[in-house]
Write a protein that binds this ligand. Sequence first.
Ligand SMILES: *Cc1c(COP(=O)(O)O)cnc(C)c1O
Length: 409
Amino acid sequence: MNIASDPKLVPQTGPLSAEANQAAALAAFGGVLTVDLDALVANWRKLEKTAVPAECSAVIKANAYGCGADPVARALSKAGCKTFFVATIEEARVVRAAVAEPTIYVLGGYFQNTGDHYAAINCRPVIGDLNELAEWDVFCRRTGWSGGVAIHVDTGMNRLGLTLQEAQAIIPRINAGDHGITLVMSHLVSAEQLNSPVNARQLAAFRGIASEFTGVPASLANSSGIFLGAPFQFDLVRPGAALYGVNPTPEADNPMQPVVDVKARIVQTRNVERGETVGYGGTWTARRPTRLAIIAAGYADGYFRAASANDGTRGAEVMVAGKRCPVAGRVSMDLIAIDVTDLAPNAARRGHMVTLLGDGITVDELAHHFGTIGYEVLTSLGHRYARLYKGGNAELPVEKLATEQPAAR
Ligand SMILES: *Cc1c(COP(=O)(O)O)cnc(C)c1O
């Protein structure tokens, strides 16, 4: 939910200061998710610079990896991004409503009778199968639509894409001209592993087939692929995760800036005696007189239960009053207990916000505790936080909500 656009969240009583209004509006939520559009744009520019002279597109599927397809598309388009990739036509609709000019490719491909949808919002399917291509051709002949398609060639993923032989079979069409193919692409299996022999095999296979698609731009690299070097960059690169702060080079320092920050409120603090247990299952036992802060976020907010702490196993950490404090016991649906015993007295108080993601806690660190990858941390962030956008061309910062309040009443 976007707090800034919901009039129900504007308090209805008495004139309040802007700060008080903001606090009152945010109090309806357990936490606040902030997307830094300036950091997002800086990441895109860095990738663009790394890949130049290749064009740098942006993969904004899955609601821009949880960050919000509309504001992300607007900010990147304003920064100069001219090509976007999404997974479904429905996602393409959201992006087209946000940005009029850029090219939009739909990775999920062409499915029976979806031609009208593609034409209606002027976006292009990424076709990965000869049946799809035949159906697309029928649609184009019937309607006169000439909006273009990408051809996806499989070079080892064995997920989507024409086989090399199938791709070979459509070369005569390329040579005949007026073929409607605007991009030839493939996808890397293990780009984040610098030394994986699969990278070189896929590069060789793709280079061979792409060179036969005369005059058609070629694309191979995702975020990590960009960092495999110039030979992988071809005419267009397709970063997703790195835009949102995930480390594309896991074997080295993260060259990207963090984009997402998540804070949640302390709803209660309490003291427990040595020997008492905390949370469901009583799996965590206080080894000393312990002070706990109970936080208004849980696994329903995308803070995975795998980050729980039990006797003998440490869980994730949370920034409270500028210090890292460990999770105590199981993460539950809406709540997490944090051990704040080592903080100064009163440093953690009811109403204070603590940081679950940000202030040095990275997406990749959380992914480690969650037993997954940064991609899944981002796409799992959930819908219960207030969402704020800062920088870029954020259209309704929360301050605006406060200043608009008198007019609303
Ligand atoms: C998701 C996706 C990307 C982006 O990958 P990242 O690893 O997030 O950069 C690029 N190409 C295709 C085909 C994809 O499905």
